[in-house]
Design a protein around this ligand. Structure first.
Ligand code: ZN
Length: 301
């Protein structure tokens, strides 16, 4: 996605959607760098992809230098990429992901944005029939269509029908601001499918700031003016248990990566106990990850 030339229709769509992350006005795309006519800020492209991050963003420099994500993949990293999805998604979450996509594509000229999700098989398979699902963010793996910060999205007001935000909010130091941004970019009646961990080990340190309970997640959404259309478990308690055992063993083992790889396979059957529990209410009390489908009211932000 980063290297290949974009299709003209995708480029036109991106130009319509993209705004300055500071002042929310359209950008001039005619130059090599995208320029904001209001604040005068300019945003470079990295391998053709606009980098719409403020100069103070901690990830900006590493994206420009490409130091963290380029280079030939080693055998170890290829093997690691072949392991099963880290989490087992509940049937309820998968159904909500698919029904949200089916709903969005029935809207006129729909815009679907993916922030965070994408490299897991469950999302890859869900998105495939609905391309292009535009990927925006600071990717842990893979490419994006726009580099952007969830707390200062480079997307126009009321421009998005459906937004996916999976396993990102815990890595944002200002989650309330992130939810305000999601509410700003959604069209009226637009929806956001949001996943956040509840019981997970500290990960991607030091960029791991919080966990949410079901009630906490609801309050976060409602504080941004969004309604909760659906909620539930996206990965259950036995997935949480399997991942905690894996992470504890990795922390104790001298060769952490190999242990993590082996346990990804060995502990996989344990996660399937969650299939028996799925959306049972008590299981949410110790679930690995939760989901919420938020809806923007017809009046509001
Ligand atoms: Zn600006």
């Amino acid at each position: 996605m980063n290297q290949a030339p974009r299709a003209a229709s995708l480029e036109a769509k991106l130009q319509t959607l993209t705004v300055c992350p500071h002042c929310h006005v359209s950008l001039d795309w005619s130059l090599e760098e995208l320029v904001c006519a209001s604040c005068g800020d300019d945003f470079p492209r990295v391998a053709g992809t606009p980098l719409l991050l403020s100069s103070s963003n901690v990830f900006r420099e590493s994206i420009i230098t490409g130091s963290s994500r380029t280079g030939k993949k080693s055998l170890a990293s290829r093997l690691y990429a072949m392991r099963p999805d880290e989490r087992l998604w509940s049937k309820g979450a998968i159904q909500t992901i698919h029904s949200s996509l089916e709903w969005a594509v029935r809207r006129p000229d729909p815009t679907i944005i993916n922030i965070g999700a994408g490299f897991e098989q469950v999302f890859e398979e869900a998105f495939k029939p609905y391309e292009p699902v535009l990927r925006v963010g600071i990717p842990h793996r893979g490419g994006v269509d726009l580099y952007g910060d969830l707390t200062a999205l480079p997307l126009a007001n009321s421009s998005v029908d459906l937004l996916f935000c999976s396993s990102v909010l815990e890595h944002v130091s200002a989650p309330a601001k992130a939810m305000e941004e999601i509410a700003r970019v959604l069209r009226p009646r637009g929806r956001a499918y949001i996943e956040i961990p509840f019981i997970r080990a500290y990960h991607m340190a030091p960029h791991d700031f919080q966990r949410y309970t079901p009630a906490g997640m609801r309050v976060l959404l409602q504080s941004a003016g969004l309604n909760v259309a659906a909620e539930g478990i996206s990965s259950g308690p036995f997935t949480a248990l399997a991942l905690l055992v894996r992470d504890l063993c990795v922390a104790l083992a001298p060769r952490g990566l190999g242990v993590s790889y082996a346990l990804s396979w060995l502990l996989q059957p344990l996660k399937h106990v969650d299939r028996l529990l799925d959306q049972r209410e008590w299981a949410a009390a110790c679930a690995c990850n939760l989901f919420c489908l938020a809806e923007k009211p017809t009046t509001g932000t």
